[in-house]
Design a protein around this ligand. Structure first.
Ligand SMILES: [Zn+2]
Length: 144
């Protein structure tokens, strides 16, 4: 399996980074996604890739940054009719049901579609940037 060999090498080279993040790094330079990168992302994330790209296409990812600290959190819109928004750290946490059920509980996925959408949007420069005070950010964090 070519993809797996490729990933294995990349993981050894950069042990401190989640490997899925490495895959989107080349997009950061070019702002585009090659067919090979899409194939790898699809291999890793399956249906969640398609769902995440739909969210990015709808401009459903906000990066909320506090000033002056520069700390940030993502707010990602859901796909249900209610269009609820989930607070999300791309590497560690999402407030959605799937994060607790599929990732924490069952360990079946690497991340949820909101986390993936946040990573893709950040890499592609497709986030809506929102600046708030550090106090306002702290209030958001207190809701996690
Ligand atoms: Zn989620």
């Amino acid at each position: 399996m070519v993809f797996l060999d490729h990933l294995h090498v990349r993981r050894l080279d950069f042990p401190d980074f989640p490997f899925s993040l490495l895959l989107v790094r080349p997009m950061l330079r070019t702002g585009t996604v090659t067919d090979e990168q899409l194939s790898i992302l699809h291999f890793l994330f399956g249906k969640n890739l398609e769902r995440a790209t739909r969210i990015v296409d709808q401009r459903g990812v906000k990066r909320i940054s506090g000033e002056p600290s520069g700390r940030s959190i993502f707010q990602v819109v859901g796909e249900s009719r209610r269009k609820e928004e989930y607070l999300c750290f791309p590497e560690h946490y999402c407030g959605c049901y799937s994060f607790f059920y599929d990732i924490v509980n069952r360990g079946e996925q690497l991340c949820c579609k909101h986390q993936l959408a946040a990573r893709l949007a950040a890499s592609l420069g497709a986030c809506t940037e929102v600046r708030v005070s550090d106090e306002q950010l702290a209030v958001l964090f207190s809701k996690l």
